[in-house]
Design a protein around this ligand. Structure first.
Ligand SMILES: Cc1cc2nc3c(=O)[nH]c(=O)nc-3n(C[C@H](O)[C@H](O)[C@H](O)COP(=O)(O)OP(=O)(O)OC[C@H]3O[C@@H](n4cnc5c(N)ncnc54)[C@H](O)[C@@H]3O)c2cc1C
Length: 390
């Protein structure tokens, strides 16, 4: 039997869940389908930095009050190079900040709010494909928890199904998108230790890049630059701490047991199209950025805010005017974020073939940014997030 809803959303990550929440507030029903279990979604550690816009949306729409009680506001970051730290003061430069509040906590909040509102949110329901997206009755075909075929007919289908999206192909066809691979990856560790700093440290060193980040008073997240083919299990804990410490010269890290390690590959991708007929893609399904600028989840939120307004106008007001603008509006921000993420990555990482000229030029770039009020303001403005379209 074919089920019916107004918007069928593939993926219960930050993009899909927030979209369902915003649509519900506008009186538009939706069904959200995700291949993973609720527990898997609520325990996967990913993004940690929320832009001020993202926090305001969560707060103002009643999606999360814990962002203010469990999360913490950061008014700056440290750029560390040549053995010394240089603070970029966001509050002083642009009067804005970011929040350290892990993505899985945002997901817990959104899932709780969606279920409390009695919304149709289905876990362990992988979507196989979408069809009829150029008609006004697009369809989603999935396999339910009980193994039975699920078929949903909707007014609109949204692919919020991450970087391996099944909806993307239906939207972009064989054109795919613009793609860039980087010659390095991040080796990430989670450890039980007190924070080594109050704010994030982005460090450029002769041994390569490191990011010293926090998760809670007891758990810390740290990364260092590595080869994309690196096997995460070959290093002892002692070797990992020595490599991390060597990449933040002049700072002292607080060590503790490492309980998770992974290698995170770097890719930049932007889909050629975000919209076709009655289907759109948002979040990581539409783009991926290297994590250096902390933009991935925040871009997903911005896409969803723009799309939710367009769907509200289409489905409640009968006008497709905002939907026709969706791609251009979303892509303008996506490409700015691509540039910022590429710029932070290039300024802070060392490539294997970097010459002494490259290393000295990179230090000069870091000095140009940190010694200039305009340089600090550019970084602060981009990192804390450009305003969302009115
Ligand atoms: C280690 C790491 C650190 C990061 N750090 C940051 C950071 O500091 N700041 C930041 O802003 N971003 C960061 N990011 C990026 C951020 O996590 C992503 O950009 C964000 O998760 C994108 O959200 P999304 O909802 O678009 O996709 P996802 O979170 O990937 O969600 C997609 C969902 O779709 C589901 N799905 C996929 N295929 C199907 C299918 N066929 N059927 C049904 N369901 C399906 C998946 O199970 C998943 O739940 C980081 C990412 C990683 C991996």
């Amino acid at each position: 039997m074919t089920e019916r809803t107004r918007v069928a959303i593939v993926g219960a990550g930050p993009a899909g869940l927030l979209l369902a929440h915003l649509l519900d507030r506008a009186g538009i029903s939706s069904i959200v389908l995700d291949s993973r279990t609720r527990e898997e979604i609520e325990t996967t550690v990913r993004a940690g930095i929320l832009e001020q816009n993202t926090v305001e949306i969560l707060r103002e729409t009643g999606a999360s009050d814990r962002v203010d009680t469990v999360g913490s506001r950061h008014d700056g970051i440290e750029l560390r190079f040549d053995g010394a730290g240089h603070r970029i003061d966001f509050a002083e430069s642009v009067g804005r900040g970011v929040w350290l509040y892990p993505q899985h906590e945002v997901l817990k909040d959104l899932i709780a709010v969606r279920l409390a509102a009695g919304q149709d949110l289905r876990f362990s329901t992988p979507v196989a494909h979408v069809s009829d997206i150029e008609s006004d009755r697009p369809r989603v075909v999935a396999t339910g928890q009980d193994g039975r075929r699920v078929e949903i007919e909707a007014d609109f289908v949204v692919g919020a199904d991450g970087s391996r999206s099944v909806v993307r192909e239906a939207v972009t066809g064989s054109h795919g998108g613009f793609f860039r691979e980087y010659p390095f990856a991040w080796f990430g560790v989670l450890c039980e230790a007190p924070p080594s700093a109050h704010e994030l440290i982005y460090s450029n060193s002769p041994d390569g890049f490191a990011l010293i980040s926090q998760r809670s008073p007891e758990v810390q997240r740290m990364y260092f630059q590595c080869d994309p083919a690196q096997d995460p299990d070959v290093f002892s804990e002692r070797q990992l701490w020595d490599m991390l410490q060597a990449r933040v010269p002049g700072a002292t890290l607080h060590e503790g047991p490492i309980f998770q390690r992974d290698v995170l590959r770097f890719r930049s991708f932007v889909a050629h199209r975000l919209l076709k007929g009655r289907a759109a893609i948002v979040g990581d399904a539409a783009h991926t950025v290297p994590p250096t600028g902390a933009k991935g989840m925040n871009l997903a939120v911005a896409d969803v805010v723009v799309l939710s307004r367009a769907l509200e106008q289409l489905l409640q007001g009968g006008s497709a005017e905002l939907l026709a603008q969706f791609e251009d509006t979303a892509l303008a921000r996506i490409w700015k974020a691509q540039h910022f993420s590429w710029w932070m990555t290039s300024m802070l990482h060392r490539t294997a073939d970097a010459s002494e000229f490259d290393a000295r030029r990179q230090l000069a770039e870091l000095r140009t940014v940190t010694e200039s009020a305009a340089g600090r303001a550019y970084l602060a403005e981009a990192y804390t997030g450009w305003p969302l379209p009115a």
